[in-house]
Design a protein around this ligand. Sequence first.
Ligand SMILES: [Zn+2]
Length: 159
Amino acid sequence: MAHQRKDTLQQLTTKLANTKAVIVIEELNVAGLLTHHHLAQAIAAVGFAECRRQLGYKASWYGSQVVVADRWYPSSTMCSGCGWVDAARTLAERVFRCRTPQRPECALILDRDLNAAINLANLAGSSSERPNACGAASSGLSQTAPMELAVRKQEPNTQ
Ligand SMILES: [Zn+2]
């Protein structure tokens, strides 16, 4: 079983690094990953840190980029339509509803996970436009994963 899990993780990270130009992962959001991914058992057994490590060096091999949203990035509490952060949101709310008084015309209503995915995609897009996105020694880049870019966010996550 242990070998099967390791093999599954190797195949997953190889497939991601070899087929995706940009891979966005959320630092320490292991609980969210485990509840939504069909390979949760394998990832849980081998460890999220190992998954991240493999993505780092395989991204270097295949020329893809790993973007790490830090643990405070408000992926699930920020409106993907207007950027408003709902500090009062709870994890139990499955649907994101934009209620910002500053932009009432936004009124975005979206599945929580889809809203978070859009925010992470937007984060990856803004990261890849940075001149040093491929491994310069700035903004908290990992020593062991030169293609990895750590992205800082503006407001604390209240999940
Ligand atoms: Zn909004």
